[in-house]
Unconditional design. Structure first.
Length: 225
């Protein structure tokens, strides 16, 4: 299975002076944990790291330290996650029929979760890892007034990995560019194009390291593994 790892963000919400994925989480950079999960997942045969060229020297050094055995390619990222994935899709080897996309920032996803998604995408056009929402969610207007309370049993928190048929995902991204759609995950492009996306049970510990608090929580989770 081909795996694209979007890693080209700036980490504004982390407030660091560089890509948050280069910050240390315990003994090694955040992105190293994600790379090691991909290396350990038996279903993954090829890895594309979508990243800004100014990070490539650092990333090459991390990859060399980890002594990764799988083919790994650095792909230039865009100015949004959507653009970065678009670039990643163009850089896939020609024989890629299905692809998993997994955020570099979701560094605690297990190899088992990657393997489960790789198996499931053989049987459907699109899928995402997700977990049921635990909080009561409110829809709130610009003046801070609650408009509605969606039925919680229908709400799921989207994670990555997300898996797709490559041709369909390329078509959905192209349609997104034509229509000017701005989305925060690839499943949303499938949804807008009317293609079904399935759920694979995600992991409560598969958090996206977004803020300094997330980094502290990730440290805690790792210390209990
Ligand atoms: N232009 C971008 C923006 C984001 N990402 C990646 O998409 C994932 C999810 O994005 P997010 O957590 O929002 O990362 P950042 O964009 O770095 O964070 P922020 O929004 O706080 O700036 C991350 O692995 C990030 O590196 C990307 O590949 N290209
Ligand atoms: C794809 C994603 O990880 C699903 O939760 C997420 O939407 C991407 O991150 P962002 O913070 O919305 O940019």
């Amino acid at each position: 299975m081909y795996l694209l790892i979007p890693s080209a963000g700036t980490g504004k919400r982390m407030g660091a002076d560089r890509n948050k994925l280069l910050l240390h989480l315990r003994s090694q950079p955040i992105i190293a944990w994600t790379m090691l999960a991909a290396e350990a997942a038996s279903s993954i045969s090829w890895i594309g790291i979508i990243s800004q060229p100014h990070d490539w020297e650092d990333l090459k050094a991390i990859m060399a330290d980890l002594k990764l055995t799988k083919p790994i390619k650095l792909i230039a990222g865009g100015s949004t996650r959507q653009e970065s994935v678009y670039n990643g899709l163009q850089a896939l080897p020609a024989d890629a029929k299905q692809v998993l996309i997994h955020d570099g920032a979701r560094c605690l996803a297990t190899p088992d979760l990657l393997n489960a998604c790789a198996e499931a995408i053989r049987h459907c056009p699109g899928l995402i890892a997700a977990v049921p929402v635990k909080d009561t969610i409110k829809v709130v207007d610009e003046s801070g007034i609650i408009q509605s309370t969606p039925e919680r049993s229908q709400l799921w928190a989207a994670q990555t990995p997300q898996g797709f048929d490559v041709d369909l995902l390329k078509q959905c991204h192209a349609e997104g560019v034509r229509q000017g759609w701005e989305v925060t995950d690839d499943a949303a492009l499938f949804e807008k194009c009317g293609i079904e996306v399935h759920i694979v049970p995600g992991e409560e510990t598969n958090l996206k390291v977004t803020t300094p608090q997330d980094l502290a929580i990730a440290e805690f989770i790792l210390s209990n593994r």
